[in-house]
Each structure stands twice: as structure tokens, then as C-alpha cells.
Ligand binder design. Sequence first.
Ligand SMILES: [Zn+2]
Length: 756
Amino acid sequence: MRRLILVVLFVMMGLVMSAAETGPAPALGGYSDEAARLEREWEAKFQAIPSPENLREYNRRMSARPHHVGSAYDKDNAEWILSKFKEWGLDAQIETFEVLFPTPKERAVELVEPTKFAAKLQEPTVAVDPTSSQHDEQLPTYNAYSADGDVTGPLVYVNYGVPDDYEKLERLGVSVKGAIVISRYGASWRGIKPKVAAEHGALGCLIYSDPKDDGYYEGEVFPAGPFRPPDGVQRGSVMDMVIHPGDPLTPGVGATKDAKRLALSEAKVFTKIPTLPISYGDAQPLLAALTGPVAPAEWRGALPITYRLGPGPAKAHLKVKANWDIKTIYDVIVKIPGAVYPDEWIVRGNHHDAWVYGADDPVSAMAAEMEEARGFAALLKQGWKPKRTIIYCAWDGEEEGLLGSTEWAEAHADELRQHAVAYLNTDANGRGYFYAGGSHTLEKFINGVARDITDPEKRIPVWKRRQLQRLAEAESPEEREEARTRPDWRIGALGSGSDYTAFIDHLGVASLNLGYGGEDDGGIYHSIYDDFYWYTHFSDTDFTYGRAMAQTVGTAVMRLADAELLPFDFTSFADTVHKYADDLKKLLKTKQDEASERNRQIEEGVFTATADPKKVFVPPPPEEVAPYLNFAPLDNALDMLTRSAEHYQKAWAKAHENGGATLARASLRTVNAKLIESERRLTSPEGLPGRPWFKHQIYAPGAYTGYGVKTIPGVREAIEQKKWKEADEQMARVGKILEGEAALIDSAASELEKLL
Ligand SMILES: [Zn+2]
């Protein structure tokens, strides 16, 4: 039955593609008409190759046993991936690194007062789910890179444990000094929670998954539905990746065997306090034992209890001890040499390691990456000759701290700075809408790719489906207008949280992060239930979105590899950075208004008059009002950027006239070299204040958001942290960076014009 449906879909897709081919092929950016015609032929051949049956089989194979760093099956998978690449005739090899990877030795969470309770810290077997019973090989539930510790103290509930939550606790007269905080997952990257807790004097940190966020409040729990069961736990790294990701002992250099290593005590990225994740089954008795003020309405989860803040009388004991071992990680690297520009590289990656089985994260997307490689191998045999070198990477150690990609990028930093055109990343894949984030110089390009891929459920271009979703979700007339009329939908900026981080943030390689999702909700993230049973019952059950993913990313790689003129666009980039600058001005104004209003209300006696004398309330102290900052260096640079983007746009349009005769005739090497350089120019060697590893001046993960992006981070974070002098300095620095970028774009435009 399944087979029949797939055959019908396959035939229908063939029809759609041939119908598209019969019309006049729309021009491809960066291609002469003749080259575009050939490219589209190769792309159509490629898109017919990825197969849902193969994706299912790869997924079953890679998720059959736990395969975290250091496990037998992690190495086994890497060798199997290598053997598949070789079987297809590709030039592949494994590159190893030696990294610090702590695994749990002792874990305990107990309620010691007023009653006794010991947390299970164990995810049970589910009868219908065959892999869930392999407890001997499963990595226990823990947060990697938590400090060791054995602490006892009163418990305090801190909501999501982000800085604003502590501000609220202060108003309510609740201190976490000497306490163990219990925080729920969500609202920030998990590593921020123990970091902020420690800054406020807490002794330990528990992180639990509240049913309101991904459990029964959202829907039926596993195995009846996709959501988190009572004992399901989210493992995860709490390495302070906003300082630097990768091996904690070799920041900035590849963790090769003989690399110079820091002593354990010199590493900067461990938590300051012991931290452990727990299930809502284990959290409920702890939270139920708290008294003290009732939690603010928006802090309450979906457990059948009254949420209170504490401290006490609940007293908890938390013990965490790890084996601090060095483990070998296995990156699988494939190289397809370019026929015309072998020294220009298109790099594509996905990780293969998982916390446990990872059928969704990462195997669903790793399988798609393999089908892309199989497709390319087939095309090469048919005579396809990509102009540029294509490098395919299956990373190890992503989950612990982007280890495999960061160490590889650091080990090959000089070559990558010279040769890398772009890096394309995926991490997991599901059912639903196409999403893309990344460098805005590639916004137009990826919109173009999305127009040429068919959505498996709706049989319309995935671009159109995404556009209509934006229209449906728009919250203002302006947003609706933009969704209807802007030729390209906007892509988001990248923070951190996957393997693109070293490429974009550290090396300045233009990057994209791609995937499908939105109809595949669940609560199995980083638990033993993210496995083949769950994926084939609740996510992309027939692997047609896996096929769409392989078609999308493979097409993007081919189109970058074969273009005569690289398809970078600077008008959307300039437009986006303008928006970021406007956001900064609004941010400053809001800060000023809020502080003045607060100070005024303090003077007027608002807080003392409205505080309930029977409840604790600590009025806020007066606040310094932000001074006016000098936006001129930024504004001037933005003007230059806009003009140079328009200049390049004109030259680009001209180069495509007359069937792109210039593109077919001229040597574009020097122009392309400048385009490749364009993302590099957005970095500065000294990096961001306090975290020199992060060199990109337009995008970075936030110091207090983790995965969440901060745009123009040097300035934005200085304003947020009220460092006014630093904000002005950073403004000048970013202005210089953007002036340099504008000059480069201008020279690329002039160079192109010379050839016309
Ligand atoms: Zn992942």
C-alpha cells in the first residue's frame, strides 16, 4: 500500500517537473541563459534521485542503538557513513579529534525536608517502543559540562531562570542566595539558567520540563501521542557556548592529538554550580513542597499544584559527579573536486551523533544529507562536472558543544578563510513548512531555490506555502502587506545552537541553516523516546519531507557550485542591517522611557501606595537614565552600504542582459573572489567584547539568550547591559566594518562593470 502511494507521488512529481521545463525557463541568478538551461537539466535529474525508502532505512540503521560521543555505536555509525560514501564512489575519509567529554558518574536529587523523596532520574521502557529498553547503553539523564558538586539548600522556583525572572523575584523579596533553584526548560538556551542562577548566588540548579511547555498540556503524551511523558527528560549541554563552543580545552585551535591543552581548571566554559535536568514526574513533589508567595500568573505551569516560589520549607540535596574523560570524535568528510574553480569550496554539514537514538535530532536530516551525496555520486557518473569543490561533512559531537564542526573549522581555519564560499547546515527535519536562516547576502538565493521545490503535502512550491503561512500569521497590516508584496520572504539571523556557528561567527563564512517543520510537534527532544518508533509514528512518517529536504539542500549546493557569478545579493543585506540599526534606536529609546517613568513613579509614591502591606514587596531602586548615543558612524556607514548595494545590483542586472553573454564569456574569478570575501569583511580580528572567539559584528548568539541571536551584538549588548561608553565605541567599530563592506561591494561592482 505504502509503496503504491509513493509510486503515484513520484509520477506526479515527474509531471510537475516536466511541465515546468516546457515553459520558458526563468533566468537563474548568476547564470547565462545557456548555463541556466544546463543547470536546470542537472538539477531535475538530481531531484529525481532521493528516495523515501532509503531515508527510512538509513534512519533505522543509524538510530538502532545509542550513539553519543564515546559510545561504540557512534564510531560504528561514522564508519558505516564512510562506507556508504565510498560505496557510491566518493572520495571520503574520517578525521578524528580528541575532546573533553564528561559523562555522569554520580547523580542524586532528593527532597530532605519537610518530607523525604528521591528523584528517579530514569526514563522507563515503553512496551511498544523496541529501543527504549536498551538501558545499558543509554547515556543517563544529565547536563554535560555541569560542574561537579554536592549541595544542600532551600529550594526556590525561578520560572525560566532568565535575568528578568530574577528581577521579579527581587521585587517579591525572594533571594536565591544559598538556595538550589528549580527552573523550567524554555525561553532561553538551557546553559543560561545555571549561569544566571550562579550570578545570583545559588548553590545548584535543577531544570525540569513542565507539561505546559511540551507535555500533556500540549497534547497526548508518548506513546499514545508525540508529547513528553511524565518521566521523559531533556538531556543537554550547559557548556557556556556564548564564550566559545567546541572542545573546552583547546579554544581557537583544532583538538588534534598533540594540540596544546588547557588544564581542566583553566577552561572557561563549565557551569559554576552543579546542574541536573529532571522530568516533571520528579519535579512535582519538589515543587509541591514549596510554600512562600504564589508564583506570578505567567510563571505557573500545568502541574496540578499551586505554584509557589519558596524558599523552603522544601530543602533539596543535589549531587553531580562526572568522569572527565578525553574521547575521540569522528567527522566524516567527503570531497568532490571542482572542475573550474577547485579552490572555491561549498561546504555542507549535519551532525551524526545523538544524545541517545536521535531519530529526529539529527538522524532525520543526516539521512537526507546522505541521499544528497548519493545523488551527486550518480550525477558525476553521468558526466556532471561541478565548477566548484563540494565538501560534505557528517559531524560528531554536536550535542555536547558543536565539537566536531568547531574543531574541524578551527583545524582548517586558514584554508576555510581562503576558500569557503558558503556553509549550508541542517540538523533535524520534520513535516511542514520550509524554514531558512542565515546570511542575508544569501536571502535572495535561497528564496530562489525554495521556488523550485514542491511541497509533498500541498503540491505547491515550498516557497509559496511559506509565504502564505506568513500571511496567515501576520499580526499587522504592514506585515500582511510585506508578505504579499516583498519579492522574497525574509530569512532570520543565526544565533547559535548548531554546527554553522564556527563557520559564520568565528570564520565569517556566509552560512544558511535549513529545514522543514511546524507540523511535527512533540516532547521527546533529547530523551530516549526520540527514536525510530516515535519518528515513524509522529513526524515525517513516510519520509517525503526527508526527500524534500534532500532535494532542497542538494539543489542549493549544486546551484552555488555551478554558478558563473556567485549569487550573492547585497540589497536585502543592506535593508536588513538598516532594520537592525532602527531596532537599536528603538531599544535605547525604550530603555530611556522606562527608566524615566520608573523614577517618576518612585517620586510620586506609586510603589509604596499600591503595595499590599500583608505581602512582601520591595520597591525598585531609582535607575540611571540612558544617555543619548552617537549613531552617526552607523548611519553614515549604512548610507554607503545602501549605495554600494544598489551599484552592485545595477552591474548584476547588466551582466544578465542579452542572455547573460558577459557571464558566459568573461573570467569572473576576481569578482567572485570579492563576493567570497564579503562575509569575511563583517568580522573583526579582536571579536566581541569579552568573547574574542566570536568575530562576526552583525550576528552573534546573545550572552544571556544562548541560541537566540543578537544582531549588531557589540552595540546591542552594551546598551542592554548599560555600558554606555562601550556602546559608543562599538558603534564606531561596526561603522568601520560596514564602511569596509561597502567599499568591497563597490569594487566588486566596478570590477563587474569593467567586463561588460
Ligand atoms: Zn541536533
